[in-house]
Ligand binder design. Structure first.
Ligand code: DON
Length: 582
């Protein structure tokens, strides 16, 4: 039987499952009425995603005997229907696969289904007046080829069966929940959609003729259902060739976009080795370039290994200072070196222990290093977050950590006429202005400049932590550049601070990304005292606290007990979500 439950804040898990899960590490003062966690325990399989119908689609596949990759494919396509602000077939992402202990394939890999720049793209194709909701900003979508690639390598069920839940949801419709209603109303009311001539199809497909969307309404997506049926019948050929390819090309021509049928025909997902690191006796696997996620997470863990964070209170000035200085250095290296490894050489030292030891030794425990001092060679110009993550584990211990995105919420806010799906605005992840790096966080370094067919640098950080060859934590998050730090802190919560998953999910998150040179706290009320903030400021940090209702990430995760194989899934409370297992 599926077991999932929404837990009230502060209600100990012991009352629900009769098992001991300590909440003593829960930071007091941070728990609010909003922090309802959906969590589940199971032994046979677990899915945690932002969207309840998508979680159920994955669970259905696991219960029918599918493995974690089968379930992932079902969730990915279901999210394209039920979480259209980020779930997609018009975008891309990164899928980490740990095959578990007994699969014939033993390597941990990343299926890179990141979008590519069209052939006609050029380094200087964007100017300061270019917006984020145009046809020009759309990258060649990678999701469908990514799913087909994953299926060829790991799939155990028939491809068509994996698309059934998504087709059913799109064809027959599904109940809109409060989070989706909010998202639909927000995109429909946005200025860009109301004013832009290119968003009429989005309004036709997702608009509600009478009034605003509310929880309990039904959303039916017949065009998308037909597109998914084509993909079910013809796999990638159903998307990159024939009718859908023609509709994408026509859509591009209407709005001055660059993608042609040749670009679509050329698109290939890539199977890459995961970035591998170790931390306190655990193996850590992350997404390789063109994502910066794995490299930065491993680099930061290597640095933090030199500081016994657990000997100090989690939110002490000392720990926050050390974490912030570590983040600054990793994000600086990200800007300096990282891009698509098919186009640029990525220095291997970034994830080496000796390089990290050098970085750690240069962290001054008494004062902050100004960001600009870390990269004197990068000329600074004068001053002038939608993605979703889900996690799946099956009964054989195969684990998938999958992050997928359209880049901004609802991507380019353009729906392909007649095909029913939303296009990404991922070209925005390239460095738009060569040579222009500024203190506000705009980066113009060479590694991530636009080239035809190049993949844009990502921060997506789907992460799998393993011990003795078996996955123990599956995590990741949306949130633009904050993603890397959210994944890092999930790993630290579990491995360094020994928290259970609900406490790790509730723990406030911090973020520093080198530039702008500021430390962003999710909150400091209750958890991080005014005195700590004062000390950090005295050390030279510029500290900001996020405003109410502004959160960092949405890290739907699974913890596996290595001794018993018990799976504990927890959906982050920050946006929406459902954990379900059996
Ligand atoms: O790949 C990336 O790093 C970005 N396109 C992700 C964007 C994102 O997470 C926005 N949302 N929350």
């Amino acid at each position: 039987m599926a077991c999932h439950v929404r837990r009230r804040p502060n209600q100990p898990l012991t009352r629900i499952f009769g098992i001991a899960v300590a909440l003593s590490l829960l930071p007091t003062g941070w728990v609010s009425a909003q922090q309802q966690l959906s969590e589940a325990v199971g032994q046979q399989g677990m899915v945690v995603s932002v969207s309840p119908p998508a979680t159920r689609a994955g669970l259905d596949i696991l219960k029918s005997g599918g493995n974690a990759v089968d379930a992932t494919i079902a969730v990915e396509f279901a999210l394209a229907v039920t979480w259209p602000e980020a779930g997609n077939i018009g975008g891309g992402g990164f899928m980490m696969v740990h095959p578990g202990g007994d699969h014939r394939r033993r390597r941990v890999v990343c299926i890179d289904y990141r979008e590519t720049a069209p052939r006609k793209a050029t380094e200087t194709m964007f100017g300061p007046r270019d917006g984020r909701y145009t046809h020009k900003i759309v990258g060649v979508p990678g999701t469908v080829h990514g799913m087909v690639t994953a299926h060829k390598r790991y799939g155990s069920m028939k491809w068509k069966r994996l698309l059934e839940p998504a087709i059913h949801l799109a064809r027959d419709g599904f109940e809109v929940d409060a989070a989706l209603a909010r998202s639909l109303n927000a995109v429909l009311a946005s200025r860009s959609v109301r004013r832009g001539e290119h968003h009429q199809e989005l309004i036709r497909v997702y608009g509600k003729p009478e009034g605003r969307w509310k929880a309990g309404d039904r959303l039916v997506l017949p065009d998308l259902a037909s597109t998914l049926e084509r993909i079910a019948d013809k796999k990638d050929d159903g998307f990159y060739e024939g009718r859908i390819a023609r509709l994408i090309e026509e859509e591009m021509k209407r709005g001055g976009g660059l993608i042609t049928r040749r670009d679509l025909d050329d698109y290939r997902a890539r199977v890459r080795s995961a970035v591998h690191g170790t931390f306190r006796g655990h193996d850590v696997y992350g997404a390789p370039p063109p994502s910066s996620g794995g490299t930065c997470v491993v680099q930061m863990l290597n640095v933090l290994e030199h500081f016994d964070l657990r000997k100090h209170p989690r939110y002490s000035a000392r720990n926050l200072h050390v974490m912030t200085e570590t983040m600054k250095r990793a994000y600086c290296d990200r800007a300096r070196h990282l891009g698509d490894s098919d186009f640029v050489d990525i220095p291997p030292h970034l994830v080496s222990k000796s390089y990290a030891a050098g970085l750690a030794s240069r962290i001054d425990l008494k004062k902050a290093t100004p960001s600009e001092e870390l990269a004197p060679e990068i000329q600074l110009a004068d001053e002038s977050p939608q993605t979703t993550h889900f996690s799946v584990v099956d009964r054989r211990g195969m684990a998938v950590s999958n992050t997928t995105t359209l880049e901004g919420s609802w991507g380019a806010k353009i729906v392909v006429r007649g095909a029913g799906f939303v296009l990404n605005n991922e070209m925005g992840d390239f460095n738009w202005f060569p040579g222009h790096t500024d203190r506000r966080g705009r980066i113009g370094t060479p590694a991530n400049r636009i080239r035809p067919r190049k993949r844009m640098l990502s921060s997506q950080s789907p992460t799998i932590v393993a011990r003795n060859g078996h996955p123990v934590l599956v995590t990741g998050s949306p949130g633009g550049r904050t993603i890397i730090n959210t994944s890092l802190q999930m790993v630290l919560s579990i491995v360094e601070f020994g928290q259970d998953l609900p406490s790790a999910m509730r723990a406030p998150r911090i973020h520093h990304q080198w530039l702008p040179d500021r430390l962003l706290l999710e909150t400091h009320r209750g958890t991080i005292s005014d005195d700590v903030v004062k000390t950090l400021k005295a050390m030279g940090h510029t500290v900001f606290t996020r405003s109410r209702n502004s959160y960092q990430g949405d890290a739907h995760s699974i913890l596996v007990d290595p001794k018993t194989g018990r799976l504990h899934g927890v959906a982050d409370w920050r946006r929406n979500g459902l954990a379900a297992g059996f």
